[in-house]
Design a protein around this ligand. Structure first.
Ligand SMILES: [Zn+2]
Length: 103
């Protein structure tokens, strides 16, 4: 099943996507630093999620046995202003919050 990409919200299949590191891990912070965003933006993402390969440099993607794989230790590219704005303006938490739910 395809799940929406943590960056662009487009459905990404497991084949051409990379799992996003778990919350409160050094890898998660490193990813955020590479993307150029505050980890707080992704703080609500606590389940297993993915990001598309297109957020990585082409040099980090290799063809192995006809499949595209990401090289080990690859980090995503810094987001463009447009992508950052998209993330900030469309926080997934707003879509998940149930209308009328009480704190
Ligand atoms: Zn994406």
């Amino acid at each position: 099943m395809a799940s929406p990409c943590v960056i662009c919200s487009e459905p990404c299949g497991r084949k051409l996507s990379k799992s996003f590191p778990d919350v409160n891990t050094t890898s998660r912070n490193d990813y955020c630093r590479a993307l150029g965003v505050d980890p707080v933006i992704f703080a609500h993402i606590k389940t297993r999620r993915y990001l598309c390969f297109k957020h990585f440099d082409n040099d980090d993607c290799e063809e192995v046995d006809g499949k595209t794989v990401l090289s080990r230790g690859a980090y995503p590219k810094e987001l463009t202003e447009r992508e950052k704005n998209f993330l900030i303006c469309n926080p997934p938490v707003a879509r998940l919050r149930k209308p009328g739910s009480r704190l």
